[in-house]
Design a protein around this ligand. Structure first.
Ligand code: 5GP
Length: 116
């Protein structure tokens, strides 16, 4: 069964897509935590970083080039931004389709909450 993000990639489910090519798609997060919150996802279904294979390396490298481009287009390349990949339950990963959060447009504070 296609993942939620696969349905966004194929446009079965609407989303604000800001970039798409043969390998990756970038779209606005439905519940943004900052003025800029974009999800960048492989077009193929990889559930999490635990499922990454050597054959994915070229595509995943490309994903970072796209992240750089999207950051520039969204106006946060100079002010700064954070790239986050959640993996598994302790991270709070909700969607089992590998994705990079690109978050910026405000001071993002500490990397991780210090409280348990
Ligand atoms: P995760 O917690 O898995 O790292 O992040 C999943 C992200 O997907 C969340 O930030 C959530 O707001 C976003 N999201 C969930 N459902 C949808 C949706 O239907 N459309 C879009 N654009 N984003 C979604």
């Amino acid at each position: 069964m296609p993942t939620l993000f696969s349905k966004i990639i194929t446009r079965e489910i609407p989303a604000s897509i800001v970039y798409q090519d043969d390998l990756v798609t970038a779209f606005k997060d439905i519940n943004p935590v900052a003025p800029v919150h974009i999800l960048i996802v492989p077009n193929i279904e990889i559930a999490s970083t635990n499922d990454v294979l050597p054959e994915h390396e070229k595509m995943l490298g490309h994903l970072f080039t796209v992240a750089k481009q999207v950051a520039q287009e969204q106006g946060v390349a100079e002010s700064g931004y954070r790239l986050i990949v959640n993996n598994g339950s302790d991270s709070g990963q909700e969607v089992a389709h590998l994705h990079v959060h690109l978050i910026g447009g405000r001071n993002l504070g500490p990397l991780v909450q210090t409280r348990e």
